[in-house]
Design a protein around this ligand. Structure first.
Ligand SMILES: NC(=O)c1ccc[n+]([C@@H]2O[C@H](COP(=O)([O-])OP(=O)(O)OC[C@H]3O[C@@H](n4cnc5c(N)ncnc54)[C@H](OP(=O)(O)O)[C@@H]3O)[C@@H](O)[C@H]2O)c1
Length: 280
């Protein structure tokens, strides 16, 4: 298959390129090759390429920044997804697109099924929900994959945010005591596992629609950090604190566990984290 991966330098994009490269012709595009907010030029570039499948891992991912850059977030996470959907519909090929647990308000302590209706509490969540609607409005051949709290190799780009895992490891180098928020329960998820799940979907071709791809189990930020230090055998005194200890511009869902009710379960986040930390 000829597969176009957009956002190929991002955390998920890199993993996708690696996983899909075995046995496929992969075109890895990032900002230098395409600006997905430019409808016309993107359409021409993708039409000329004639891929069999497009995977869009490009996104505006700054949850707090979106509160002040609302328009930019909506352009990249929302309207651009509509443009890509129209292009793929024109070529009669499927589009894989990613969304987030942050489309939910976090009040459902049992977790969220694929069919649950979003109700975002932040500008970032709203922009991703806009993308979900743009996708579903403009093509029927879509796989909308929601994921959460990604960890993996950081993006190649200069502007790359430090991942939570690296942030904790870096802080532990210079601090004997650290604080981490013991709220906001979600599923830490390995980028490679999302890429493998995407490959499974692309190859097994289940019904088009919404899928949840999160590692099994859930954790607060504190529990996530504690596991990182346990695996790396780093002796740091970690203190649980409420979210109010680190005020941030964007609201976060309190409990946004993604339930996968349609595909075989993924492995646990602790197992995936261990593999990631041991191999990096
Ligand atoms: N990271 C998480 O914890 C998380 C959680 C839930 C869902 N997700 C979703 O998972 C997907 C992948 O996230 P990620 O963390 O891998 O993202 P990432 O590391 O931020 O990478 C996104 C990539 O997209 C590129 N990009 C941004 N705007 C673009 C544009 N207009 N045209 C072309 N490329 C553009 C970025 O380039 P620049 O850096 O130059 O902008 C970057 O290389 C996204 O849909 C995201 O919303 C992520």
């Amino acid at each position: 298959m000829k597969i176009l991966i957009i956002g190929s330098k991002g955390m998920l994009g890199q993993a996708l390129v690696k996983v899909f490269s075995a046995g496929n012709e992969v075109l890895a595009w990032d900002r230098e090759e395409i600006d997905i907010t430019e409808a016309q030029s993107s359409n021409i570039k993708i039409q000329n390429l004639r891929p069999d499948l497009v995977i869009n891992a490009a996104a505006y991912n700054n949850v707090d920044g979106a509160e002040t850059e609302r328009e930019l977030a909506q352009k990249i996470n929302g309207y651009a997804v509509g443009y890509l959907s129209k292009t793929c519909k024109g070529l009669d090929i499927p589009l894989v697109h990613y969304s987030t647990d942050y489309v939910f308000d976090g009040t459902n302590r049992k977790g969220y099924k694929e069919s649950d209706f979003p109700n975002p509490v932040s500008a970032y969540g709203e922009s991703k929900f806009l993308g979900e609607r743009e996708l579903q409005k403009n093509t029927d051949k879509f796989y909308l994959i929601r994921l959460s709290r990604l960890f993996g190799k950081e993006a190649y780009i200069a502007s790359a945010k430090k991942s939570f895992v690296n942030l904790m490891l870096d802080l532990a180098k210079n601090h004997a005591e650290l604080e981490a928020v013991d709220e906001e329960i979600s599923c830490p998820t390995h980028a490679v596992d999302v890429a493998e799940r995407t490959r499974y979907i692309a190859e097994s071709k289940p019904e088009f629609g919404i899928y949840h791809a999160a590692n099994v189990g859930s954790a607060t930020w504190f529990e996530f950090a504690a596991e990182i230090f346990k695996i790396k055998q780093i002796d740091v005194k970690l203190k649980p604190v409420p979210a109010s200890r680190f005020p941030r511009p964007a609201m976060r869902p309190q409990h946004s566990v993604l339930l996968n009710t349609k595909l075989p379960p993924m492995r646990s986040w602790k197992e995936a984290l261990k593999e990631f930390l041991i191999s990096n």
